[in-house]
Design a protein around this ligand. Structure first.
Ligand SMILES: [Zn+2]
Length: 403
């Protein structure tokens, strides 16, 4: 029988990592005789109250024959008890509230994923009473992890789903600096064009290794399985100056835009207001009324383009409505530009026409010609979609090049 095993909320500020924990459990189940079918890395609603950075849950899809099912359940229970004890000893801030759920593969309610990727979802009763549930585990730390765990097995990959290969370092290395081979980014960019998010061109900074004290040594994101695997194999050959203890490829909802409701068409109402720190507020008029658009300094070119908007501009926006009802912009396109600031026309001789001070008259400084007063407006250029630099993009957001 195929089991979908969902795991979430095992990480905390000082360490831990759900991908690593899930890999440990995966290997325990393999040693019990289970067969690995797929691993899924599922990102959830970016505004979730208890998210850690990235808000990711893992699903292991495994073939567990009936003769080893009891042994596997026992192994899972033992692993989970140890995980909870480790967290009690190490998670000082008591952040992690791990949850695990096992369901019959592809029979769990798909709506749970959509609720969890677009909103704060809390209906644990509905999750544990789903008819496909085989087993679930929580602890006295709290049962929040069950929600992400359930969402991860509720998600169904599609032909457009992306992949992430992850290589892990030894747990004792957590927190120490990673020795990222200098040529790694070039190899990926030049030899593996179907990988992405390798470098942030704005800051010319490699993105394959995280900066957090977690057991992930590096991660390679790719548009398909084969190219992700080939890139991973090239990375494994490089000198990382430490042991790579394990690696795996996950199929993922990254770059899916699943968290978004679709393109919002709007007209700019005000002049953009730049706040301390460079964030911008802007009121826009949409079909559902006036919304405050919020743009962050980290958005880079996106933030700059929003700063250039003028009342009357027509824009297309992709973004998330925050719990406060504000639109956090992720991508924007200016489809119509209202006329820019008014300027005086030039005289037919080429000289500058200036107001004479008398009403309704302009005078040329060169030829002294006098014409009736009027203004011209300047032409502004619209632009296609713009987005933040890759290091400041949400994992869930589709990059502009894939739109
Ligand atoms: Zn003139």
């Amino acid at each position: 029988m195929i089991w979908a095993i969902g795991i979430d909320d095992t990480d905390y500020h000082e360490g831990g990592c759900t991908t690593w924990q899930a890999n440990q459990l995966h290997n325990i189940l393999i040693s019990c005789g289970a067969k690995s079918i797929q691993r899924r890395l599922v990102r959830l609603w970016p505004f979730a109250v208890r998210r850690t950075r990235g808000n990711a849950a893992i699903a292991l899809i495994m073939d567990i024959s009936s003769d080893i099912q009891n042994e596997c359940i026992n192994a899972i229970n033992t692993w989970f008890t140890k995980l909870v004890n480790d967290l009690k000893n190490n998670d000082v801030a008591k952040h992690a509230r791990p949850g695990l759920i096992i369901c019959k593969h592809e029979q769990f309610d798909e709506s749970v994923y959509w609720n969890c990727v677009k909103s704060e979802y809390t209906d644990i009763n509905k999750i544990v009473n789903d008819p496909s549930v085989i087993h679930y585990l929580t602890s006295d730390l709290g049962d929040d992890g069950l929600i992400g765990a359930a969402a991860s097995i509720s998600w169904k990959p599609s032909p457009e789903s992306t992949f992430e290969a992850i290589a892990w370092r030894h747990i004792s290395k957590c927190g120490s600096p990673r020795n990222i081979p200098q040529n790694s980014t070039n190899i990926l960019e030049n030899l593996h064009p179907n990988t992405f998010m390798n470098r942030d061109p704005t800051y010319d900074r490699g993105l394959i290794s995280p900066r957090t004290p977690c057991p992930v040594l590096f991660g390679i994101r790719g548009w398909n399985y084969v190219d992700t695997l080939n890139a991973l194999q090239d990375m494994l050959k490089l000198d990382w100056n430490e042991d790579i203890v394990d690696y795996a490829i996950h199929i993922s909802n990254q770059c899916s835009d699943d968290h978004l409701e679709g393109i919002i068409e709007a007209t700019v109402l005000d002049i953009p207001i730049r706040n301390r720190g460079g964030h911008i507020d802007l009121n826009i008029l949409t079909l559902s009324g006036v919304i405050k658009l919020i743009s962050f300094k980290e958005g880079g070119i996106l933030n700059r383009k929003i700063g250039e908007l003028l009342p009357g501009d027509k824009i297309h926006v992709l973004g998330l409505i925050s719990p406060e009802g504000e639109l956090h912009v992720e991508r924007l396109k200016r489809v119509f530009s209202s006329p820019g600031n008014l300027i005086r026309p030039n005289c037919s001789c080429g000289g500058h026409l200036k107001s004479t001070g008398k009403s309704a008259q302009l005078k040329c400084k060169l030829c002294k010609n006098i014409v009736s007063s009027y203004w011209l407006s300047s032409r502004r250029i619209s632009h296609d979609w713009v987005e933040p630099p890759s290091s400041n993009r949400r994992h869930l957001s589709t990059p502009v090049i894939r739109m």
